[in-house]
Design a protein around this ligand. Structure first.
Ligand code: NAX
Length: 328
């Protein structure tokens, strides 16, 4: 039997946690033969800890054969101990009257503490996925706060945007999601992201040629994908949760188990590819193999795409500048 993997999850009593934990425990993330130990972090607040206990009672009641251990924490130093995977979902939501700058700073505090804790106690090979918003900048802060861990171990979630784009393309073309290859989303997890189907194919045919409608791309597709989070809130009265959890599962599964040459999207620290400054946490097309991701290289960037990439990069640089003083 395989050695159990330790999976730390923050914000475990939240909405996304409620969809995510059961799928991790059932083997959807790491495989149906991989036992897991869940190390769950919530804020020390009594209500949050009590809600976490309730979720753990339900996990118990599922009697998942792969769930071989589970602990509750209010301190990242214990929650992240020896973690092989860390899903950083918990974050400070924007409160009434809170400026964007205050939101960035409140989260910078959380992700500095958590980055340091990962640095101190997690497995040296820990794979970190930041879901909590602003996800790219939070991931950047955690990475910078963990200098003894490889920077490449820190990633941000663009996969929900990627999956949203896949579904929109499938609906537009009348084809199946599973047949769409080589789609990618560039940049920040925010409405400035650039979902790019210029290279995508279905059964070897160019998606761009099939759609052949630049106005649809610009005026319908990009705004629909970019504003999908807001549309879900408007419809459901709550933000995306099951689809976000699903995307986190997809992200880690592909990172650990590989994409067999297929493309996916991950927010990763730039190595300078495509003119994105080193270390900026940016959505790129990647392939994964043996637990490592690689940026798809050599893609032509046309003028329209360059404009979009510049815009989402500018937003990330602005966020980074906004928290720079906290990383001294
Ligand atoms: P909830 O408010 O339902 O849950 C968040 C939980 O995190 C709460 O239980 C809270 O007590 C906990 N928490 C807060 N600070 C914490 C800390 N320092 N340590 C441990 N736990 C902490 O939010 P939910 O709907 O689950 O969303 C979680 C985060 O995901 C939000 O920041 C949200 O904006 C973000 N999202 C990111 C997405 C992405 O694609 N990257 C999409 C979905 C989602 O909007």
């Amino acid at each position: 039997a395989k050695t159990p993997m330790r999976v730390a999850v923050t914000g475990a009593a939240g909405q996304i946690g409620y969809s995510l934990l059961f799928r991790i425990a059932s083997g959807d993330m790491l495989g149906k033969d991989q036992p897991v130990i869940l190390q769950l972090l919530e804020i020390a607040d009594e209500k949050a800890q009590k809600a976490l206990k309730g979720v753990m009672m339900e996990l118990d009641d599922c009697a998942f054969p792969l769930l071989v251990g589970m602990t509750a924490h209010s301190d990242p130093m214990t929650a992240f101990k020896d973690a092989d995977i860390a899903l950083l979902v918990g974050a400070r939501p924007r409160g009434p009257g809170m400026e964007r700058k205050d939101l960035l700073e409140a989260n910078a505090q959380i992700f500095t503490v958590q980055g340091k804790a990962l640095d101190a106690v997690a497995s040296r090979n820990v794979k970190v996925l930041v879901v909590g918003n602003p996800a790219n900048t939070n991931a950047y802060i955690a990475m910078k706060s963990a200098p003894s861990l490889p920077a490449k171990n820190f990633t941000a979630m663009l996969r929900l945007d990627h999956n949203r784009a896949l579904s929109q393309v499938a609906q537009k073309t009348g084809k199946q999601v599973k047949d769409i290859k080589k789609l990618a989303v560039w940049g920040n997890h925010s409405p400035t992201m650039y979902a790019d189907y210029r290279f995508a194919t279905i059964d070897g045919q160019s998606v761009k040629d099939m759609i052949n409608d630049d106005a649809w791309n610009r005026d319908t597709f990009l705004p629909t994908v970019g504003k999908r989070g807001a549309a879900i809130i408007e419809a459901r009265g709550l933000s995306s949760a099951a689809s976000a959890a699903n995307a986190a599962i997809d992200h880690i599964r592909d990172w650990v188990l590989g994409t067999n040459g297929e493309w996916t999207t991950m927010g990763i620290p730039s190595d300078g590819s495509y003119g994105i400054p080193k270390d900026v946490m940016f959505g790129f097309p990647v392939t994964t193999e043996n637990g490592e991701y690689k940026i798809v290289q050599g893609l032509a960037i046309d003028e329209f795409s360059q404009e979009r990439i510049n815009k989402t990069l500018a937003e990330l640089e602005e966020e980074r500048a906004g928290v720079a003083h906290l990383l001294k």
